[in-house]
Design a protein around this ligand. Structure first.
Ligand SMILES: *Cc1c(COP(=O)(O)O)cnc(C)c1O
Length: 386
Protein backbone atom coordinates (compact mmCIF):
# COMPACT_ATOMS: atom_id res chain seq x y z
CA UNK A 1 0.00 0.00 0.00
CA UNK A 2 1.35 3.42 -0.94
CA UNK A 3 2.40 5.72 1.87
CA UNK A 4 0.91 9.21 2.29
CA UNK A 5 3.38 11.88 1.18
CA UNK A 6 3.63 13.27 4.69
CA UNK A 7 5.03 9.86 5.77
CA UNK A 8 7.56 9.79 2.93
CA UNK A 9 5.42 8.56 0.01
CA UNK A 10 5.26 10.16 -3.42
CA UNK A 11 2.91 13.21 -3.53
CA UNK A 12 -0.37 12.49 -5.33
CA UNK A 13 -0.21 15.87 -7.11
CA UNK A 14 3.41 16.84 -7.84
CA UNK A 15 2.21 19.96 -9.68
CA UNK A 16 -0.23 20.87 -6.91
CA UNK A 17 -3.98 21.47 -6.89
CA UNK A 18 -4.86 25.15 -6.37
CA UNK A 19 -7.59 25.95 -3.83
CA UNK A 20 -9.46 28.27 -6.16
CA UNK A 21 -9.29 29.47 -9.76
CA UNK A 22 -11.60 32.42 -10.39
CA UNK A 23 -14.02 31.72 -13.26
CA UNK A 24 -12.97 34.85 -15.19
CA UNK A 25 -15.00 35.24 -18.41
CA UNK A 26 -13.09 35.45 -21.74
CA UNK A 27 -11.43 38.84 -22.14
CA UNK A 28 -12.68 39.41 -25.69
CA UNK A 29 -16.27 38.97 -24.51
CA UNK A 30 -15.69 41.51 -21.72
CA UNK A 31 -14.15 44.00 -24.16
CA UNK A 32 -17.07 43.65 -26.58
CA UNK A 33 -19.53 44.16 -23.72
CA UNK A 34 -17.67 47.24 -22.46
CA UNK A 35 -16.98 48.92 -25.79
CA UNK A 36 -20.06 51.11 -26.07
CA UNK A 37 -20.00 52.50 -22.53
CA UNK A 38 -16.26 53.02 -22.63
CA UNK A 39 -16.22 54.84 -25.97
CA UNK A 40 -18.98 57.15 -24.79
CA UNK A 41 -16.99 58.05 -21.69
CA UNK A 42 -19.40 56.34 -19.30
CA UNK A 43 -17.04 54.69 -16.86
CA UNK A 44 -19.18 54.15 -13.79
CA UNK A 45 -22.81 53.49 -12.80
CA UNK A 46 -24.00 53.58 -16.42
CA UNK A 47 -25.98 51.38 -18.82
CA UNK A 48 -24.00 48.21 -18.10
CA UNK A 49 -24.69 48.57 -14.37
CA UNK A 50 -28.40 49.03 -15.19
CA UNK A 51 -28.25 45.93 -17.44
CA UNK A 52 -26.57 43.93 -14.68
CA UNK A 53 -29.15 45.05 -12.11
CA UNK A 54 -31.99 43.97 -14.39
CA UNK A 55 -30.38 40.60 -15.23
CA UNK A 56 -29.61 39.90 -11.57
CA UNK A 57 -33.14 40.87 -10.48
CA UNK A 58 -34.54 38.35 -12.98
CA UNK A 59 -32.15 35.60 -11.87
CA UNK A 60 -32.76 36.26 -8.17
CA UNK A 61 -36.54 36.57 -8.66
CA UNK A 62 -36.66 39.92 -6.84
CA UNK A 63 -38.11 43.39 -7.59
CA UNK A 64 -34.93 45.44 -7.15
CA UNK A 65 -31.22 44.87 -7.39
CA UNK A 66 -28.86 47.71 -6.47
CA UNK A 67 -25.29 47.14 -7.67
CA UNK A 68 -22.56 48.37 -5.34
CA UNK A 69 -18.78 48.31 -5.13
CA UNK A 70 -18.67 45.28 -2.78
CA UNK A 71 -20.83 43.08 -0.61
CA UNK A 72 -19.33 44.74 2.48
CA UNK A 73 -20.39 48.15 1.15
CA UNK A 74 -23.85 46.80 0.40
CA UNK A 75 -24.26 45.47 3.93
CA UNK A 76 -22.98 48.75 5.39
CA UNK A 77 -25.49 50.72 3.31
CA UNK A 78 -28.40 48.44 4.19
CA UNK A 79 -27.84 48.90 7.94
CA UNK A 80 -27.42 52.66 7.41
CA UNK A 81 -30.59 52.90 5.34
CA UNK A 82 -32.60 50.84 7.85
CA UNK A 83 -31.49 53.11 10.70
CA UNK A 84 -31.06 50.09 12.97
CA UNK A 85 -30.95 50.81 16.72
CA UNK A 86 -29.61 48.31 19.24
CA UNK A 87 -27.40 45.29 18.70
CA UNK A 88 -27.29 43.21 15.55
CA UNK A 89 -27.49 39.47 16.12
CA UNK A 90 -25.34 37.41 13.76
CA UNK A 91 -23.45 34.12 13.70
CA UNK A 92 -19.77 34.15 14.62
CA UNK A 93 -19.20 31.32 12.12
CA UNK A 94 -19.15 33.62 9.07
CA UNK A 95 -16.69 35.78 7.16
CA UNK A 96 -15.35 38.81 9.03
CA UNK A 97 -17.02 41.27 6.65
CA UNK A 98 -20.50 40.39 7.97
CA UNK A 99 -19.53 41.71 11.39
CA UNK A 100 -17.41 44.56 10.02
CA UNK A 101 -20.44 45.98 8.17
CA UNK A 102 -22.32 46.08 11.47
CA UNK A 103 -19.41 47.67 13.34
CA UNK A 104 -18.83 50.34 10.65
CA UNK A 105 -22.34 51.58 11.45
CA UNK A 106 -21.36 51.99 15.09
CA UNK A 107 -23.58 49.05 15.99
CA UNK A 108 -22.67 46.28 18.40
CA UNK A 109 -22.35 42.68 17.17
CA UNK A 110 -24.29 40.12 19.21
CA UNK A 111 -22.73 36.81 18.19
CA UNK A 112 -24.70 33.55 18.28
CA UNK A 113 -23.84 29.89 17.85
CA UNK A 114 -23.82 27.84 14.67
CA UNK A 115 -25.24 24.39 14.04
CA UNK A 116 -22.32 21.91 13.91
CA UNK A 117 -23.79 19.98 10.94
CA UNK A 118 -25.16 22.71 8.69
CA UNK A 119 -22.70 25.39 9.95
CA UNK A 120 -25.65 27.84 9.82
CA UNK A 121 -26.90 30.21 12.52
CA UNK A 122 -28.34 28.09 15.36
CA UNK A 123 -31.86 29.45 15.63
CA UNK A 124 -32.48 27.98 19.09
CA UNK A 125 -29.38 29.66 20.46
CA UNK A 126 -30.17 32.89 18.60
CA UNK A 127 -33.63 32.98 20.21
CA UNK A 128 -32.01 33.00 23.66
CA UNK A 129 -29.89 36.01 22.75
CA UNK A 130 -32.57 38.28 21.24
CA UNK A 131 -33.02 40.68 24.16
CA UNK A 132 -32.26 44.23 22.98
CA UNK A 133 -31.50 43.16 19.43
CA UNK A 134 -32.43 45.66 16.68
CA UNK A 135 -31.79 43.49 13.64
CA UNK A 136 -30.64 40.03 12.56
CA UNK A 137 -27.93 39.37 9.99
CA UNK A 138 -27.76 35.74 8.89
CA UNK A 139 -25.24 34.28 6.44
CA UNK A 140 -26.06 31.57 3.90
CA UNK A 141 -22.87 29.73 4.82
CA UNK A 142 -20.90 28.39 1.82
CA UNK A 143 -23.97 29.06 -0.34
CA UNK A 144 -26.33 26.69 1.48
CA UNK A 145 -29.61 28.37 2.47
CA UNK A 146 -29.70 29.09 6.22
CA UNK A 147 -33.42 28.20 6.65
CA UNK A 148 -34.24 31.80 5.80
CA UNK A 149 -37.98 31.58 6.52
CA UNK A 150 -37.19 30.41 10.07
CA UNK A 151 -34.81 33.34 10.50
CA UNK A 152 -37.61 35.58 9.22
CA UNK A 153 -39.98 34.13 11.85
CA UNK A 154 -37.49 34.75 14.63
CA UNK A 155 -37.08 38.36 13.49
CA UNK A 156 -40.82 38.88 13.05
CA UNK A 157 -41.49 37.63 16.59
CA UNK A 158 -39.02 40.21 17.89
CA UNK A 159 -40.36 42.91 15.53
CA UNK A 160 -36.97 43.54 13.92
CA UNK A 161 -35.71 43.40 10.33
CA UNK A 162 -33.55 40.60 8.99
CA UNK A 163 -30.81 41.01 6.43
CA UNK A 164 -29.06 38.09 4.75
CA UNK A 165 -25.37 37.98 3.94
CA UNK A 166 -25.79 36.09 0.68
CA UNK A 167 -22.17 36.66 -0.44
CA UNK A 168 -21.91 32.95 -1.35
CA UNK A 169 -25.46 32.43 -2.50
CA UNK A 170 -26.01 33.67 -6.07
CA UNK A 171 -27.96 30.81 -7.66
CA UNK A 172 -28.84 28.92 -4.47
CA UNK A 173 -32.44 27.87 -3.84
CA UNK A 174 -34.47 27.30 -0.70
CA UNK A 175 -36.92 24.68 -1.95
CA UNK A 176 -38.53 26.29 -4.99
CA UNK A 177 -37.47 29.86 -4.10
CA UNK A 178 -34.25 31.55 -5.19
CA UNK A 179 -32.18 33.24 -2.52
CA UNK A 180 -32.55 36.99 -3.01
CA UNK A 181 -36.11 37.67 -1.90
CA UNK A 182 -35.84 36.72 1.78
CA UNK A 183 -35.71 39.28 4.60
CA UNK A 184 -35.63 43.01 3.90
CA UNK A 185 -32.53 42.56 1.77
CA UNK A 186 -30.01 39.96 0.68
CA UNK A 187 -26.50 41.05 -0.25
CA UNK A 188 -24.34 39.14 -2.75
CA UNK A 189 -20.62 39.41 -3.46
CA UNK A 190 -18.88 39.42 -6.86
CA UNK A 191 -15.26 39.10 -5.70
CA UNK A 192 -13.09 36.59 -7.59
CA UNK A 193 -13.73 33.68 -5.18
CA UNK A 194 -17.53 33.91 -5.35
CA UNK A 195 -19.79 32.05 -7.83
CA UNK A 196 -20.42 35.11 -10.09
CA UNK A 197 -17.48 37.48 -10.47
CA UNK A 198 -16.99 41.13 -11.36
CA UNK A 199 -13.47 41.52 -9.98
CA UNK A 200 -14.95 43.55 -7.12
CA UNK A 201 -18.63 44.18 -6.62
CA UNK A 202 -21.80 43.51 -4.70
CA UNK A 203 -25.52 43.22 -5.38
CA UNK A 204 -28.24 44.18 -2.92
CA UNK A 205 -31.51 42.38 -3.67
CA UNK A 206 -34.71 43.69 -2.10
CA UNK A 207 -38.45 43.64 -2.71
CA UNK A 208 -38.73 46.93 -0.79
CA UNK A 209 -38.81 49.76 -3.36
CA UNK A 210 -38.25 52.48 -0.75
CA UNK A 211 -35.19 50.70 0.61
CA UNK A 212 -33.85 50.29 -2.94
CA UNK A 213 -34.22 54.05 -3.49
CA UNK A 214 -32.34 54.76 -0.26
CA UNK A 215 -29.56 52.38 -1.31
CA UNK A 216 -29.24 54.06 -4.72
CA UNK A 217 -28.84 57.37 -2.92
CA UNK A 218 -26.54 55.82 -0.31
CA UNK A 219 -24.09 54.43 -2.86
CA UNK A 220 -23.83 57.99 -4.22
CA UNK A 221 -22.86 59.70 -0.93
CA UNK A 222 -26.55 60.08 0.05
CA UNK A 223 -27.01 62.46 -2.87
CA UNK A 224 -30.58 62.46 -4.26
CA UNK A 225 -29.31 64.24 -7.43
CA UNK A 226 -29.18 67.87 -6.28
CA UNK A 227 -26.07 67.54 -4.06
CA UNK A 228 -28.14 68.24 -0.93
CA UNK A 229 -27.14 64.90 0.65
CA UNK A 230 -29.92 63.40 2.77
CA UNK A 231 -27.74 61.17 4.94
CA UNK A 232 -24.10 60.15 5.30
CA UNK A 233 -23.67 57.71 2.42
CA UNK A 234 -20.45 56.77 0.72
CA UNK A 235 -19.04 56.08 -2.71
CA UNK A 236 -20.35 52.58 -3.20
CA UNK A 237 -20.91 52.73 -6.93
CA UNK A 238 -20.02 49.95 -9.34
CA UNK A 239 -17.94 50.83 -12.40
CA UNK A 240 -18.94 49.95 -15.96
CA UNK A 241 -15.79 47.82 -16.26
CA UNK A 242 -16.88 45.68 -13.32
CA UNK A 243 -20.43 45.43 -14.65
CA UNK A 244 -19.09 44.21 -18.02
CA UNK A 245 -17.16 41.40 -16.31
CA UNK A 246 -20.18 40.50 -14.17
CA UNK A 247 -22.54 40.39 -17.17
CA UNK A 248 -20.21 38.02 -19.01
CA UNK A 249 -19.80 35.94 -15.84
CA UNK A 250 -23.58 35.75 -15.54
CA UNK A 251 -23.93 34.48 -19.12
CA UNK A 252 -21.65 31.55 -18.34
CA UNK A 253 -23.21 30.96 -14.93
CA UNK A 254 -25.90 28.32 -15.62
CA UNK A 255 -23.28 25.89 -16.95
CA UNK A 256 -20.82 26.87 -14.22
CA UNK A 257 -23.40 26.23 -11.47
CA UNK A 258 -24.37 22.88 -12.97
CA UNK A 259 -20.70 21.87 -12.91
CA UNK A 260 -20.40 22.94 -9.25
CA UNK A 261 -23.39 20.74 -8.36
CA UNK A 262 -21.81 17.78 -10.14
CA UNK A 263 -18.46 18.32 -8.41
CA UNK A 264 -20.10 18.59 -4.99
CA UNK A 265 -22.10 15.39 -5.59
CA UNK A 266 -18.91 13.60 -6.61
CA UNK A 267 -17.08 14.79 -3.49
CA UNK A 268 -20.04 13.76 -1.31
CA UNK A 269 -20.15 10.26 -2.80
CA UNK A 270 -16.41 9.83 -2.39
CA UNK A 271 -16.16 11.20 1.13
CA UNK A 272 -19.29 9.90 2.87
CA UNK A 273 -17.80 6.43 3.13
CA UNK A 274 -14.74 7.64 5.06
CA UNK A 275 -15.23 7.40 8.84
CA UNK A 276 -15.14 10.79 10.61
CA UNK A 277 -15.68 12.90 7.49
CA UNK A 278 -18.93 14.90 7.51
CA UNK A 279 -20.11 16.94 4.55
CA UNK A 280 -22.14 20.11 5.18
CA UNK A 281 -25.78 19.28 5.88
CA UNK A 282 -28.25 20.60 3.30
CA UNK A 283 -32.00 20.49 3.92
CA UNK A 284 -33.98 18.22 1.56
CA UNK A 285 -34.95 20.20 -1.55
CA UNK A 286 -32.39 22.96 -1.02
CA UNK A 287 -29.64 23.66 -3.50
CA UNK A 288 -26.34 25.37 -2.82
CA UNK A 289 -23.80 27.12 -5.01
CA UNK A 290 -21.10 25.22 -3.09
CA UNK A 291 -19.10 28.43 -3.05
CA UNK A 292 -17.00 26.26 -0.76
CA UNK A 293 -17.11 22.51 -0.33
CA UNK A 294 -16.49 22.28 3.39
CA UNK A 295 -16.18 19.12 5.47
CA UNK A 296 -15.94 18.65 9.23
CA UNK A 297 -13.52 16.13 10.73
CA UNK A 298 -14.48 14.09 13.79
CA UNK A 299 -11.05 13.31 15.14
CA UNK A 300 -11.97 10.15 17.06
CA UNK A 301 -13.54 8.47 14.01
CA UNK A 302 -11.15 9.86 11.39
CA UNK A 303 -8.07 9.08 13.43
CA UNK A 304 -6.28 12.43 13.26
CA UNK A 305 -7.44 16.02 13.66
CA UNK A 306 -8.20 18.69 11.07
CA UNK A 307 -4.77 20.29 11.33
CA UNK A 308 -3.03 16.95 10.71
CA UNK A 309 -5.30 16.32 7.70
CA UNK A 310 -4.50 19.78 6.30
CA UNK A 311 -0.75 19.13 6.68
CA UNK A 312 -1.10 15.73 5.05
CA UNK A 313 -3.11 17.19 2.14
CA UNK A 314 -0.52 19.94 1.71
CA UNK A 315 2.21 17.29 1.46
CA UNK A 316 0.17 15.62 -1.32
CA UNK A 317 -0.05 18.98 -3.15
CA UNK A 318 -3.67 19.81 -2.25
CA UNK A 319 -4.28 23.40 -1.16
CA UNK A 320 -7.14 23.92 1.32
CA UNK A 321 -8.60 26.66 3.56
CA UNK A 322 -9.90 26.48 7.11
CA UNK A 323 -13.16 28.38 6.53
CA UNK A 324 -14.12 29.78 9.06
CA UNK A 325 -11.28 29.53 11.55
CA UNK A 326 -10.90 31.58 13.67
CA UNK A 327 -14.58 32.48 14.06
CA UNK A 328 -15.25 36.22 14.07
CA UNK A 329 -15.75 36.58 17.84
CA UNK A 330 -12.21 35.23 18.33
CA UNK A 331 -10.57 37.53 15.76
CA UNK A 332 -8.57 40.48 17.09
CA UNK A 333 -10.98 42.90 15.40
CA UNK A 334 -13.99 41.71 17.41
CA UNK A 335 -12.65 39.77 20.42
CA UNK A 336 -13.44 41.24 23.84
CA UNK A 337 -12.53 40.19 27.33
CA UNK A 338 -16.26 40.00 28.13
CA UNK A 339 -17.04 38.35 24.79
CA UNK A 340 -19.64 35.64 24.31
CA UNK A 341 -19.20 31.99 25.20
CA UNK A 342 -19.67 30.06 21.96
CA UNK A 343 -18.33 26.53 22.52
CA UNK A 344 -20.06 24.93 19.53
CA UNK A 345 -18.70 27.61 17.20
CA UNK A 346 -15.21 27.24 18.69
CA UNK A 347 -15.32 23.46 18.27
CA UNK A 348 -16.78 23.61 14.77
CA UNK A 349 -14.17 26.07 13.53
CA UNK A 350 -11.41 23.67 14.63
CA UNK A 351 -13.00 20.78 12.69
CA UNK A 352 -13.70 22.35 9.29
CA UNK A 353 -11.68 22.37 6.10
CA UNK A 354 -12.70 23.56 2.65
CA UNK A 355 -11.55 21.58 -0.39
CA UNK A 356 -10.80 22.85 -3.92
CA UNK A 357 -13.93 23.31 -6.04
CA UNK A 358 -13.97 25.24 -9.33
CA UNK A 359 -14.92 24.48 -12.93
CA UNK A 360 -11.33 23.82 -14.06
CA UNK A 361 -11.12 20.86 -11.65
CA UNK A 362 -11.70 17.49 -13.34
CA UNK A 363 -13.70 14.54 -11.99
CA UNK A 364 -10.49 12.53 -11.94
CA UNK A 365 -8.81 15.04 -9.63
CA UNK A 366 -11.83 15.06 -7.29
CA UNK A 367 -11.80 11.24 -7.17
CA UNK A 368 -8.09 11.30 -6.43
CA UNK A 369 -8.53 13.90 -3.63
CA UNK A 370 -11.16 11.61 -2.07
CA UNK A 371 -8.80 8.63 -2.38
CA UNK A 372 -6.00 10.65 -0.81
CA UNK A 373 -8.22 11.57 2.15
CA UNK A 374 -9.15 7.88 2.55
CA UNK A 375 -5.47 6.97 2.56
CA UNK A 376 -4.74 9.66 5.14
CA UNK A 377 -7.51 8.12 7.28
CA UNK A 378 -5.85 4.69 6.90
CA UNK A 379 -2.57 6.13 8.23
CA UNK A 380 -4.15 8.66 10.57
CA UNK A 381 -2.49 7.47 13.78
CA UNK A 382 1.00 7.75 12.32
CA UNK A 383 0.19 11.12 10.74
CA UNK A 384 -1.15 12.54 13.99
CA UNK A 385 2.05 11.48 15.73
CA UNK A 386 4.40 13.18 13.24
C1 LIG B 1 -16.70 37.47 0.61
C2 LIG B 1 -17.67 37.69 1.70
C3 LIG B 1 -18.10 38.98 2.06
C4 LIG B 1 -17.46 40.21 1.52
O1 LIG B 1 -17.70 40.39 0.19
P1 LIG B 1 -16.93 41.61 -0.55
O2 LIG B 1 -17.62 41.68 -1.87
O3 LIG B 1 -15.50 41.21 -0.63
O4 LIG B 1 -17.13 42.83 0.27
C5 LIG B 1 -19.08 39.10 3.02
N1 LIG B 1 -19.60 38.01 3.62
C6 LIG B 1 -19.22 36.77 3.33
C7 LIG B 1 -19.87 35.61 4.01
C8 LIG B 1 -18.20 36.57 2.37
O5 LIG B 1 -17.76 35.33 2.11
Amino acid sequence: MTQPAILGGIPAFPDGVAFVRPPAPPLDAVMAKLENSYNQGMLTNGPLVRELEAAAAAALEVRNVVAVSSCTTGLMLVFRALGVQGDVLLPSFTFSASAHAVAWNGLNCRFAECDPNSFQLDLGDAKERMDGVGAILATHVFGAPCRPEEVENLAANAGVPVVFDAAHGFGSRRGNRALGGFGVAEVFSLTPTKPVVAGEGGLVATNDDALAAQLRMGRDYGNPGNYDTQFVGLNGRMSEMHAAVALCSLEAFPAHLERRHAMAARYSDGLRVIPGVKVQHLDEGDSSTFKDFTIAIETSAFGCDRDALVSALKAEGVDTRNYFDPPVHQQQSHARADGPNLPVTDRTSKRVVSLPIYPALTDAVIDQICAVIARIHDHAKAIQAC
